[in-house]
Design a protein around this ligand. Structure first.
Ligand code: HEC
Length: 220
């Protein structure tokens, strides 16, 4: 009787942890979305005219599509993939994007390594617009990482394209207050469209930027 109960409890625990484990693995696999987390960042930083756009395809690489990116990717081997090696290269002559652009953020490179290590799947349709919380947008947690991934390569203190600095709060606050941040990322008339590759930031990031700017662009 007693042992049956213990067996029952153990069975229960095993079942619960099995279910949780399976769920966690599924979430992990799903958690890197090529379409919304990898492709737009590569497009923003690498596919400007004269670089890895479809027309120029510098060095034979057109990074505007999954197929093009996969030419520099070895599925299962992030660190051995050419696209990662050039981002991590310490030699300024070889690093991508090339100076004066700042290097890609380490967070993005690590995300991309994980994505490749897990097989570099072309996961799409996962940008969940309904899941976009714009009620309490934080500069540190929400805005800065987006600017880091999409903009800082051309807008760092050392290489401020158009005089715009996006890797300090003060720099971001300036363009938030004078309307240029929203004007450029929403591609409003009268502003340079950013990023210059012509592809807009993902919808949720745009909404967060607008909400944060409307609240006075606080350093929160
Ligand atoms: C590949 C380089 C590059 C990237 C990436 C880039 N910018 Fe720019 N940005 C420029 C250049 C160059 C200019 C100056 C205008 C020009 O000559 O086109 C500029 C100008 C601007 C301006 C001034 C716009 C105006 O109309 O006065 C803002 C604001 C700006 N960028 C914000 C951003 C934001 C936000 C991102 C990321 C979402 C970004 N940029 C990504 C190169 C870049």
């Amino acid at each position: 009787m007693k042992s049956a109960r213990i067996k029952g409890i153990l069975f229960c625990l095993a079942t619960i942890s099995f279910v949780q484990c399976t769920r966690r693995n599924e979430e992990d696999l799903k958690s890197i979305c090529f379409e919304s987390e990898i492709l737009p960042v590569i497009q923003a930083n690498c596919t400007n005219a004269g670089c890895h756009d479809a027309t120029t395809a510098a060095d034979g690489y057109d990074f505007t599509t999954y197929r093009g990116i996969m030419r520099a990717v070895k599925p299962g081997n992030g660190k051995g993939s050419k696209i990662i090696k050039v981002m991590l290269d310490n030699d300024d002559n070889d690093r991508m994007p090339p100076p004066p652009a700042a290097p890609m953020s380490r967070d993005f490179i690590d995300l991309m390594i994980q994505w490749i290590d897990r097989g570099a799947a072309n996961v799409a349709g996962c940008a969940d617009a309904t899941n976009c919380d714009t009620s309490d947008v934080s500069y540190t947690k929400d805005i800065q990482p987006v600017l880091q991934n999409y903009c800082v390569s051309c807008h760092s203190v050392s290489a401020p394209s158009g005089g715009v600095v996006l890797n300090t709060y003060q720099g971001v606050k300036t363009v938030a207050d004078n309307g240029r941040l929203v004007g450029s990322v929403f591609h409003l008339p009268g502003f340079y469209a950013m990023p210059p590759s012509g592809i807009k930031l993902p919808d949720c990031e745009l909404k967060k930027i607008r909400s944060w700017v409307n609240k006075g662009a606080p350093n929160n």
